[in-house]
Design a protein around this ligand. Structure first.
Ligand code: NAD
Length: 298
């Protein structure tokens, strides 16, 4: 049976590191500050925002959340972001996605100053990511990377299957894992294949059966089943799906992996909840400390 990787435990390790870095910055009169802009009343977005605010205060950082109704205009948002970019008391700034339909998310992400962009979604940070340069790495991809590193899962020369090719999640994960370990921002030197919604199911199964590491980021419950996996594979579940329990009627969180069956066959498995989620929050905190360290002192 697989080793179940505790994202909560690994997040605690990162928290300790971030906490000690934060204490040093505070001693220099530079307390890291995270600002979150939250538009509308999406339930999941509010939960993510609260998790980040709680983590920030736990680690000795300060944070603030600015709420705007979903009717807020793009122009007003751009002005707000511009104000925060110029505010030297703010180290890290993120706009919680998704935004309402009338927004261009690209325009909003590009408005955040790259050095404060703790989500790593600014076009400059994405460009650097793709060139293996040091940059703000998107938190979810950074979380997957740290889980692999801290669990001691080998990547060099291994076959990795990333399921999902979104620009915010699947793409940066694949970028970290396939790139050169000797570059400025070290990569995993794995042979990476990406599957997505146009990948025929038989092909997905074939690719999964060859993979030493499978990263599921599709948002499709039970997409990754035990029968398609190689014995001993490492399986990292990024998916977050809310399913209604047929018996109790309650909503419960599941990933993209058929956890109970897969844990009997895999070598490593990260659960949902308690896997990538808490690690992603920790990585936002790490990015915020990095932003505070890099902030000009004048
Ligand atoms: P998205 O909807 O933007 O992208 C989904 C991707 O999955 C697409 O590339 C699509 O082509 C692919 N896909 C869809 N159906 C598929 C199928 N049947 N087979 C193979 N590929 C398929 O979503 P996203 O923002 O990339 O997020 C992916 C999942 O990860 C979601 O469940 C989301 O909630 C979750 N997520 C988790 C975290 C975290 O911190 N744990 C953060 C962000 C997103």
């Amino acid at each position: 049976a697989a080793t179940v990787v505790s994202g909560r435990e690994l997040a605690r390790q990162i928290h300790k590191e971030v906490q000690s870095d934060t204490a040093k910055l505070v001693a220099q009169g530079n307390r890291p500050h995270l600002s979150v802009i939250l538009v509308g009343d999406d339930h999941a977005s509010h939960t993510y925002m609260r998790n980040k605010a709680r983590a920030a205060s736990l680690l000795g950082m300060s944070s603030s959340t600015i709420f705007r109704p979903s009717s807020v205009s793009q122009e007003e948002m751009l002005e707000l972001i511009d104000k925060f970019n110029r505010d030297r008391s703010i180290s890290g700034l993120l706009v919680q996605l998704p935004l309402p339909e009338h927004f261009s998310e690209r325009a909003i992400c590009n408005a955040v100053a790259p050095e404060k962009d703790v989500d790593g979604f600014h076009i400059v940070n994405i460009g650097k990511l793709c060139l293996d340069q040091r940059c703000m790495v998107p938190a979810t991809a950074a979380a997957v990377w740290e889980i692999i590193r801290r669990t001691g899962i080998e990547t060099v020369g291994k076959n990795v299957l990333v399921v999902g090719h979104s620009k915010n999640v699947g793409m940066p994960i694949a970028m970290l894992l396939h790139s050169d370990r000797n570059h400025e921002r070290p990569g995993g030197d794995a042979t990476v294949v990406m599957a997505h919604r146009c990948t025929p199911l038989p092909r997905l199964k074939e690719l999964a059966s060859l993979a030493d590491i499978v990263i599921a980021a599709a948002g499709v419950p039970h997409l990754i089943t035990a029968d398609i996996l190689k014995e001993g594979a490492a399986v990292i579940d990024v998916g977050i799906n809310r399913l209604q329990d047929p018996v109790t009627g309650k909503l419960r969180l599941v990933g993209d992996v058929d956890f109970e069956a897969v844990k009997e066959k895999a070598g490593f498995i990260s659960p949902v909840p308690g896997g990538v989620g808490p690690m992603a929050v920790a990585m936002v905190m790490k990015n915020t400390v990095t932003a505070a360290k890099n902030a000009p002192t004048y």
